[in-house]
Design a protein around this ligand. Structure first.
Ligand SMILES: Nc1nc2c(ncn2[C@@H]2O[C@H](COP(=O)(O)OP(=O)(O)OP(=O)(O)O)[C@@H](O)[C@H]2O)c(=O)[nH]1
Length: 550
């Protein structure tokens, strides 16, 4: 029973520990995923903030162009200083504008007139275009020019001053589109004429007409020129982003207008390797369409951004949960083992106690000197057998034995010799009885009893005992009967009835033993009814009886 219980409790503890570990890991994973979800939401919000800042920045720059356009709309002829004053005031506030420019529409026949007018202030002024090797050269002959006539700030934009925007096919087509539809348009990324380093820039152009022409022809006819904003992508980007809060976000600005997407600017180095977690957070946010261009912000968090927002909580939940489960499981396991041990010890103790009790019981029923049953044992067995015989209607016989002249034996051979004699006699009496149900017990000092349940010939057995003791040849010089130790016996046998008592039964056998003593010892005292019942053996008893008379 115990091993089954132990195996069950061990299996239960192991399963509980495994379940606890699983729950700890699960708890950690759930918290980890929740944290990632929060980071994802925060990240998208931060990117949206930056995209909106970029939109605001572009719209603010458009407003500047509208203000300059208004200047040209409201004046017959805008002078260089008027343009300079207005543009400077905007440039002072908008540091991300590379230049604000005015490019009038100049027909081929008026080119000289325009060049001369500007040479009053800038003697080297002429209409220019970009030569094939990238350097600036005098503009070729064409019907219409759009030369950069005013440019603020002048310093740093000298290369653009006089540059004919119509010198480039694709730019001219965009200008014409803007003019025909009265559209504010932004170019795709270009390398600015004033650019020294390899940075991407773009232009926003805004046509200025006389009045408000509503058809294509009238627009072409009434066109005065073009207001231009010149920008470096990086400047616009950094200026917009620098006031937004979150740091550690890798941003890539792409121009997705048309079929070919183009990368405009990235605020990180492209050879930086990305982790899978970073890639998982990647987020694209399209900006409002401005100047006909569709810009998109592609964002990925840096490792620092993620690390800053991750806590140790999921790990701690997992680690401490596991430790708690393991320690708890270990404690319960040890406690169970201990209690099992205690129970096992208790069972062992109880078994030992039972054994001790049995041994004590055995001792209490054993005569200390001879090792056969004692008086107490006899009394209990006698009671039991009496009741059994009474119930079953069977016979019960009792032989009482007394050593002859034992006092004299003691006097002659001493108590130690007497003790040995008692042991020898007891041993021989026990050997003489055959049945397991027979009981030989020491009754008193030198007296023994033999209880014989359901025995037909108790007298024969009694005489056999007498003969066997005499045959032991235990010397007894002082005996009045023989040279050896002899015994006298009384025998009673009856089928008990409820009118008879155990005491009478004992009394009778004592009487018969006394008679045997009185008749001369070394003989069996038999009741008359037994003599009658055992007629066939009468001679033997006569022999026994006759011994005493010799
Ligand atoms: N050695 C020894 N002697 C004992 C023990 N118990 C009793 N005796 C002695 O046994 C003797 C019993 O003597 P009795 O039965 O009275 O008389 P007896 O000498 O046997 O005489 P009869 O019975 O008439 O033959 C006494 O001397 C007791 O002291 C014992 O355990 N050991």
């Amino acid at each position: 029973m115990m091993p089954v219980y132990r195996a069950f409790s061990r299996r239960f503890i192991i399963l509980s520990v495994l379940l606890g570990l699983l729950l700890s890991v699960l708890g950690g994973v759930i918290l980890y995923k929740k944290e990632l979800a929060v980071i994802d939401t925060d990240f998208k919000r931060d990117v949206d903030d930056k995209a909106m800042a970029l939109e605001r920045e572009l719209l603010a720059n458009l407003e500047v162009l509208f203000a300059i356009k208004s200047l040209f709309n409201s004046s017959e002829e805008v002078t260089a200083s008027e343009f300079e004053n207005l543009a400077s005031s905007f440039l002072a506030r908008h540091h991300d504008i590379q230049a604000l420019e005015w490019a009038p529409k100049v027909t081929g026949d008026r080119r000289g007139e325009f060049e001369v007018a500007r040479r009053a202030t800038y003697p080297d002024f002429e209409f220019t275009e970009r030569a094939s090797q990238g350097r600036m050269t005098k503009a070729g002959i064409r019907d219409v020019y759009f030369p950069v006539y005013f440019v603020e700030p002048h310093k740093g934009n000298e290369a653009a001053f006089g540059f004919d925007l119509a010198s480039n096919e694709s730019r001219l087509s965009m200008i014409n589109r803007s003019i025909d539809r009265d559209l504010t348009l932004a170019t795709k990324s270009i390398t600015l004429v004033q650019e020294v380093f390899d940075q991407k820039g773009f232009l926003i152009i805004m046509p200025v007409y006389e009045g408000e022409p509503s058809t294509v022809n009238k627009r072409q006819e009434k066109l005065q020129g073009i207001v231009l904003g010149v920008y470096r992508v990086a400047d616009i980007f950094e200026s917009a982003i620098k006031h937004t809060g979150a740091k550690g976000i890798r941003l890539l600005l792409k121009d997705n207008t048309g079929a070919d997407a183009e990368e405009l600017y990235a605020n990180y180095s492209s050879d930086e390797a990305l982790g899978s977690l970073q890639k998982g957070f990647s987020y694209s946010r399209s900006l409002k369409r401005i100047g006909g261009r569709q810009w998109t912000l592609v964002a990925t968090p840096s490792q620092g951004y993620i690390a800053e927002r991750q806590s140790l909580l999921p790990f701690l939940v997992c680690a401490f949960g596991s430790i708690f489960v393991l320690v708890g499981g270990g404690y319960i396991f040890l406690a169970t083992e201990h209690s099992t041990m205690v129970v096992r010890e208790a069972i062992e103790k109880s078994r030992e106690l039972d054994e001790t009790k049995l041994a004590l019981e055995e001792l209490s029923f054993t005569d200390g000197l001879t090792g056969i049953a004692n008086r107490q044992c006899f009394d209990i067995r006698f009671e039991e057998e009496w009741l059994r015989a009474l119930r079953d209607g069977t016979s019960l016989s009792l032989i009482m034995v007394d050593l002859d002249n034992f006092r004299l034996f003691n006097n002659t051979y001493g108590y130690i010799g007497g003790d040995q004699c008692l042991r020898d006699v007891a041993n021989k009496l026990a050997l003489t009885t055959n049945r397991t149900t027979d009981l030989v017990a020491r009754y008193d000092a030198d007296q023994f009893v033999i209880l014989l349940p359901n025995t037909d010939e108790p007298v024969l057995l009694a005489d056999k005992c007498r003969i066997n003791i005499e045959k032991l040849h235990i010397p007894h010089q002082a005996s009045s009967v023989s040279d050896y130790m002899t015994i006298s016996l009384g025998v009673v046998s009856m089928v008990p009835t409820k009118h008879q008592s155990q005491a009478d039964f004992i009394f009778n056998v004592e009487e018969l033993l006394l008679q045997a003593k009185e008749l001369g010892k070394n003989r069996v005292g038999i009741a008359r009814d037994i003599l009658a019942a055992n007629r066939g053996d009468i001679l033997k008893f006569q022999y026994s009886q006759s011994r005493s008379t010799e």
